[in-house]
Design a protein around this ligand. Structure first.
Ligand code: ADP
Ligand code: ASP
Ligand code: MG
Length: 417
């Protein structure tokens, strides 16, 4: 039997009516002759509520218990979806991660897949089951504890199942009808793309475009999964949505294909760090051990400062805003134990990151200049800059984030096809 993976995100299963709507889309594929693996998210808002409960209970929580709590949202939806399909006469059953089993690492809160054995689900398909409804976002560690994959992780569950089961396609149903040049919530000029290259989607996702989880794009690229993003709120067919594909399969390509943003960033600066060989490793080692995701890094030129015997430097880095407390603790502990020495730790929690992405940048000069000019024209001050082969990112005051995205969308004429 040909097999499809269909993933429904939070808004697509937000209530019983939405679950029924999604179930009808699944039924239609079964009637077309497919076996289907359905991956479900928690009902919209549910995961945030569960995370909130954990944080209110314990500030520096035990990550294993965090996972036990937040994985539960998907379990409810999986059971309800299986029930709804059964009511429609479609042979279906639900699977929690541990039942498959979805084996992951024990990195709680950001676990990675180790293996997805097919036997249990294949046996049920052989017995006549048409739909396996699998709870997204979760798995089980070698220690037998429940794990989660990081926010947005159901996308990755979907792609991993598509790879493991050799699915004909992996359809990601969401509340927008595809991948846009930027988040359509920020500007009505955003344009839907028929196709986007894996590399570009990977950058957009990792820079904040949450339409797909970064890891899901990585996996799709590695295992050559045919990945599509489409709307669960509309009638859809084989041609709907955006196909994420190889660069070679894209005819038109602009210098910049999209603008991404990440709202919840923070900038931390260690003032007057005693500068010596190994200082960067002494700072970022403890941060990594504390599980802090450092993104942009700037080290200033070393100077001789008053009151210091040797040279000192300022080290600035950005972290997700919810990791500031963790990062501060790691730095204070490293200072207390003499691993590093600095005068002050300054935090700026009012920043956001805005990035432009495009494979065309590889061969085109002047993209950075055009970006900075567009921001300057709007009087947006740039605090940190980072570039790579196909992206340029800037850290700016959060209050200018929307303005910056719109200005860049205009500057690179992204509304034009
Ligand atoms: P789901 O719950 O279905 O997983 P998400 O909220 O995680 O949905 O992702 C869909 C959202 O991603 C859209 O509603 C949109 O606001 C946002 N988004 C951000 N950037 C983009 C983009 N470039 N194209 C499409 N959607 C985007
Ligand atoms: N429910 C989880 C989240 O909100 C996983 C997902 O929806 O992809 O992050
Ligand atoms: Mg999502």
């Amino acid at each position: 039997m040909p097999l499809l993976v269909m993933k429904f995100g939070g808004t697509s299963v937000a209530d019983l009516a939405r679950i029924e709507n999604a179930a009808k889309k699944v039924q239609a594929e079964v009637e077309r002759g497919y076996d289907v693996i359905v991956i479900v998210s928690a009902m919209s808002g549910k995961t945030n509520e569960l995370v909130g409960w954990v944080e209110q209970t314990s500030k520096l929580y035990d990550a294993r218990e965090y996972d036990a709590v937040v994985a539960s949202g998907e379990n409810v939806t999986a059971g309800l979806m299986a029930l709804r399909l059964q009511e429609m006469g479609v042979p279906a059953r639900s699977w929690q991660g541990w039942q498959v089993p979805i084996n992951t690492t024990s990195a709680h809160g950001s676990a990675r897949f180790v293996s997805i054995p097919r036997e249990n689900i294949d046996r049920k398909f052989a017995e006549g089951m048409k739909v396996a409804v699998v709870a997204g976002f979760q798995g089980i560690s070698p220690e037998g504890r429940i794990t989660t994959l990081g926010r947005g992780g159901s996308d990755t569950t979907a792609v991993a199942f598509a790879a493991a089961f050799g699915a004909e396609r992996c359809d990601i149903y969401t509340d927008v009808d595809g991948v846009y040049t930027t988040d359509p919530r920020i500007t009505s000029k955003a344009r839907r793309l028929d196709r986007i290259a894996f590399e570009e989607m990977l950058e957009l996702a990792s820079l904040g475009a949450k339409v797909l989880q970064t890891r899901s794009v990585e996996l799709a690229m590695r295992y050559k999964v045919k990945l599509r993003v489409l709307s669960s709120f509309e009638e859809t067919d084989e041609t709907s949505g955006t196909l994420v594909c190889d660069e070679e399969d894209i005819v038109e390509s602009k210098v910049v294909s999209g603008v991404a943003y990440s709202r919840d960033e923070a900038k931390m600066t260690l003032i007057r760090v005693a500068d010596r060989p190994g200082v960067a490793s002494a700072i970022f080692g403890p941060l990594a051990e504390a599980g802090v995701n450092v993104d942009m890094i700037v080290q200033n030129i070393s100077e001789k400062a008053a009151g210091h015997s040797g040279a000192t430097t300022d080290m600035t880095f950005s972290v997700p805003i919810n990791q500031v407390a963790r990062a501060r603790k790691a730095m204070e502990e490293a200072r207390a134990s003499g691993i590093i020495s600095y005068d002050e730790l300054v935090e700026d929690t009012e920043v956001a990151k805005v990035s432009v992405v495009g494979i065309g940048m590889r061969s085109q000069v002047g993209v950075a200049a055009r970006m900075f000019a567009a921001l300057a024209a709007e009087n947006v001050n740039i605090k940190v800059i980072a570039t790579s082969e196909i992206k340029i990112s800037v850290l700016i005051d959060r209050k200018y984030m929307e303005l910056a995205v719109q200005a860049l969308h205009d500057a690179f004429e992204l509304e034009k096809g």
